[in-house]
Design a protein around this ligand. Structure first.
Ligand code: SAH
Length: 338
């Protein structure tokens, strides 16, 4: 099925994906306020600008108070869904991340969605984080090619998939996804990336173009543009009509209209960066990252214009995953702190 969809002419595939997306979500585009908590990484992923062995990365870590302040400000601006993402920083252990959820919940109550994205952790760590009040987790599998996965990340694809199973068992809304155009991949890889995504039945799917970073071993790779990302987003949308799918910042960094192109091909989420402006440029996974000088709230104004340009509108709701609600029953939403 993935292969058939990806063999369609682009314009037909994108139109189909847009129809499927509108049938499920109408014209709504949900906003998630993103806070990049730390770029101190203990890992060494070959594609990533904040890998441990890039000596030129200027390292920073936010305090819990910084994160709380950013979330408060986002809440005042009307956001009801927040994502805290970070490098795998030993200073952000499970106990601290659990405490952060309790702090945010004590301030914001159970009405907001709290998403964490801090990499591969043990099942018991995920269980503690779930109990503490995080209710969504993002963990891309990055590439479905097991050899490439191991070569780029120094850990196995199977381990990443096991972590995704743990997250799902523990009742998280689970997000996964991948990068398009990694060196060593081709059309057959893209088909397998899409097929693996569909087989995992995630609640959220993030797909972004790989952008080479000069401080990494992939510095000399080329960026293969937006087309593979757009085709992958469209194919996944058709296969998973209910998934929440962001138009990624990486897409917007490859071309000024990158996020609009994703929104026109089935994406239904945007993630304005609401963290402190002083550190945005240092969370440099890839060069050319957009929206670095703006504070996040101003970012939101710009996003409404972009959304309107593709005939959609910003929806400040929590944008719960319809698939998660079906799995867990609407009655349990409140109990889950969703
Ligand atoms: N440490 C967390 C968060 C990683 S950063 C984790 O491992 O899940 C979020 C995402 O940025 C990654 O999942 C990856 O897909 C993407 N990313 C990293 N480097 C990139 C690059 N050079 N170009 C495009 N996307 C990149």
């Amino acid at each position: 099925m993935a292969a058939e969809l990806l063999a369609m002419p682009d314009s037909e595939l994108f139109a189909l994906a847009d129809r499927v997306c509108r049938a499920e979500f109408g014209t709504s585009v949900y906003l998630r306020g993103l806070i990049e908590a730390t770029n101190n990484c203990s890992r060494d992923c070959a594609y990533c600008g904040i890998r441990r062995s890039n000596p030129n990365a200027r390292r920073y870590a936010l305090s819990d108070q910084d994160i709380l302040d950013a979330v408060r400000e986002g809440r005042r601006a009307g956001l009801s869904s927040f994502v805290v993402q970070g490098a795998e920083d030993p200073a952000f252990g499970t106990g601290r991340l659990a405490g952060l959820a309790r702090l945010l919940r004590s301030e914001l109550g159970d009405d907001v969605a709290l998403t964490l994205s801090f990499g591969t952790l043990s099942r018991s760590a995920y269980a503690e984080l779930r109990r503490a009040g995080w209710n969504r987790y993002l963990l891309r599998f990055e590439t479905s090619d097991p050899d490439l996965h191991l070569a780029l990340r120094g850990s196995t694809l199977d381990r990443r998939l096991e972590a995704l199973r743990d997250l799902r068992d523990l009742g998280f809304e689970v997000g996964t996804g991948f990068m398009t155009g990694l060196p060593g991949t081709n059309e057959a890889t893209l088909v397998r990336d899409v097929a693996l995504t569909a087989s995992l039945e995630p609640d959220m799917v993030g797909i972004g173009p790989f952008i080479p970073h000069p401080g990494t071993p992939l510095a000399r790779a080329r960026c293969r543009g937006l087309a593979p990302m757009q085709r992958a987003v469209a194919a996944v949308r058709v296969l998973l009509p209910q998934a929440n799918m962001p138009a990624t910042t990486a897409a917007g960094s490859v071309a000024p209209d990158g996020r609009e192109r994703a929104l026109a091909a089935g994406a239904n989420v945007l993630m304005p960066n609401i963290g402190p402006a002083a550190h945005k440029k240092d969370y440099e996974l890839y060069p050319g990252k957009i929206c670095l000088d703006e504070d996040g709230i101003r970012c939101m104004g710009c996003l409404s214009g972009r959304v309107a340009s593709v005939g959609k509108r910003v929806d400040m709701g929590r944008g719960d995953s319809p698939a998660w609600l079906a799995r867990h029953g609407r009655a349990r939403v409140a109990e889950a702190g969703a």
